[in-house]
Design a protein around this ligand. Structure first.
Ligand SMILES: Cc1cc2nc3c(=O)[nH]c(=O)nc-3n(C[C@H](O)[C@H](O)[C@H](O)COP(=O)(O)OP(=O)(O)OC[C@H]3O[C@@H](n4cnc5c(N)ncnc54)[C@H](O)[C@@H]3O)c2cc1C
Length: 495
């Protein structure tokens, strides 16, 4: 069967509007938020539901074509970067909230539902969906599941994995697994737990059952203004050490504040500040009052020049719009932004932030910091221009140096953006060979031909060694990548 025949079959499954194969219309699909990594897909296929997705995946399996799942493409680690000549299977037309059950506090949604639309759909019941990535106006629940996404309020509420109760998954060869019926503590292996955070390597999620959270009785938002970053970092370390549990602790530095204030996200952050700490507490009235009073005392002791309290919902919304719009606002500083995503012990925030600044200074790069400080999840943001090859090389060198430093400090490679392509070189630093082998085995059990998101998350070398050491061969369920109608001749797809 020719490529034209494959495209014809796919079009007959999803209809003419569900297949994009015109090279001009494919340009937006060439990268995700890690714009320095690009690939040209053969096509983007946009099924409407699980049945169409299963038929598409089965047809692509027969053709031996590599598949990259795609939500909104807001990922920052290259997870949705296409494989040259492979297919993208996107969830952009799977946007229905299928049901909201306010009694059991559950919702069932198609994977392409945008994060913020889910909270809007359950607000009338006094419920919300807690994981709130700053990209929540665009990113999808399926993408959140694949990345185990976090967000400012995940400090208190936990990342996506704590809020997923069930999944419908289409496997590499087009089989449908319905993992939605399980009770709270299901028998058997926790396949939902395994799938969350698997970055598109184990299958395409088509439906997600999520847990909803009651809206809190009281919310208070503070903005603490600092003359330096150290005071903001040390405040966070002390808040954690005192076992206080606000719902969010976010730091923005001076360059970020300036970019935000110059943009449509202007939030009234003071331009003269070297850093601001955005603090939110929620819960019962008395609990919030106590947490806020104790945090005020800490930030004042750590040198805050001023502590503002949001007067009402509008001002709170404004303060958060500035924080959540911060990455976008960085477009005022440079055309491209590399968003690193590392985690460090929260006692080391000050020293790691200082060392990050030095690394970027050594590489002659412009650094801005905005991060989920409560989780120790740093986002050193490096402003650059991807047309400048030398600058791109320096950005990558700085990124790798930052990751290596954080791992050496007892931290981890990613807090929420995933490994994707970006962090592959560091995986062997962060994990022992036996850990990587176990991950390769899990991937091979779900996708023996390694056609799903090949060359991402797991270092190719570790998986090759695993296979060479006698890991199970590809089963008969479909053609191996490379020997199908459209594959290359390599066993592991090229990167
Ligand atoms: C401005 C901005 C702010 C951000 N803030 C945050 C933040 O606060 N917290 C955070 O965690 N992230 C954040 N991100 C990163 C990103 O938004 C998240 O990783 C998000 O979950 C990606 O969702 P998406 O729908 O865009 O997925 P995509 O980028 O399309 O895909 C991401 C990965 O998931 C896989 N995938 C997508 N859909 C599916 C599916 N249905 N089944 C299986 N695999 C799938 C893809 O193959 C890819 O590996 C931010 C990004 C931007 C641009």
């Amino acid at each position: 069967m020719t490529t034209a025949g494959l495209l014809r079959d796919l079009r007959s499954i999803v209809g003419p509007r569900g297949l994009v194969d015109d090279p001009t219309w494919l340009v937006p699909y060439e990268s995700d938020g890690l714009a320095m990594q690009r690939g040209r897909p053969l096509c983007a296929v946009l099924p409407r539901d699980t049945a169409q997705a299963a038929a598409v995946m089965a047809r692509l399996a027969r053709a031996g074509v590599p598949v990259v799942s795609r939500g909104a493409g807001t990922g920052l680690s290259g997870g949705a970067t296409p494989v040259e000549g492979g297919a993208l299977v996107g969830t952009a037309r799977m946007r229905d909230v299928l049901s909201v059950d306010p009694v059991d506090r559950l919702a069932r949604v198609q994977a392409g539902v945008v994060n913020v639309e889910l909270t809007a759909a359950c607000a009338a019941h006094g419920l919300f969906y807690a994981p709130d990535p700053s990209s929540q106006q665009a990113c999808t629940i399926g993408g959140n599941v694949a990345e185990n996404s976090g967000g400012p309020h995940c400090f208190k509420y936990g990342a996506t994995t704590r809020h997923v109760e069930g999944l419908v998954i289409v496997t590499a060869d087009g089989e449908v697994l319905d993992l939605t019926g399980a009770p709270v503590d299901p028998d058997g292996l926790d396949l939902v737990g395994l799938f969350v955070g698997s970055e598109g390597l184990l299958g395409l999620a088509t439906e997600v059952v999520v847990r909803l959270t009651p809206l809190p009785e009281a919310v208070e938002t503070l903005l603490a203004v600092f003359p330096d970053l150290d005071g903001a970092c040390d405040s966070v370390s002390e808040i954690i050490a005192q076992r206080l549990e606000p719902s969010a602790l976010e730091i923005l530095d001076r360059l970020t504040i300036e970019a935000v204030e110059d943009s449509v996200f202007a939030a009234g952050y003071p331009r003269e500040a070297e850093a601001v700490l955005l603090i939110e507490a929620d819960g019962g009235d008395a609990e919030v009052a106590e947490v806020v009073a104790r945090i005020r005392a800490i930030v004042e002791r750590q040198g805050a020049l001023e502590v503002r309290s949001a007067r009402g919902a509008d001002e709170r919304k404004l303060l958060w719009a500035g924080r959540k719009g911060a990455f976008g606002a960085m477009g005022r500083v440079a055309p491209d932004l590399y968003v690193a995503d590392v985690v460090v012990p929260r006692t080391k925030l000050r020293e790691i932030v200082a060392r990050t600044t030095e690394i970027c200074r050594e590489q002659r790069l412009k650094l801005a910091n905005v991060f989920h400080a409560g989780d120790g999840n740093l986002h050193p943001n490096i402003c650059y221009d991807r047309r400048d090859e030398d600058e791109v090389a320096r950005v990558l060198a700085a990124g790798h140096a930052i990751m290596q430093m954080c791992v050496a400090a007892g931290g981890s490679l990613t807090g929420e953006h995933g490994v994707g392509l970006e962090k592959l070189p560091e995986m062997e630093l962060a994990f022992a060979p036996a850990d990587l082998r176990a991950m390769c085995d899990a991937r091979d059990a779900w996708d023996p031909h390694r056609r799903l998101n090949p060359g991402k998350l797991l270092p190719v070398r570790a998986c090759r060694e695993r296979r060479a050491a006698g890991a199970p061969p590809a089963s008969s369920a479909g053609a191996p990548f490379g020997s199908g109608e459209h594959g290359s001749s390599a066993g592991e797809p090229p990167r």
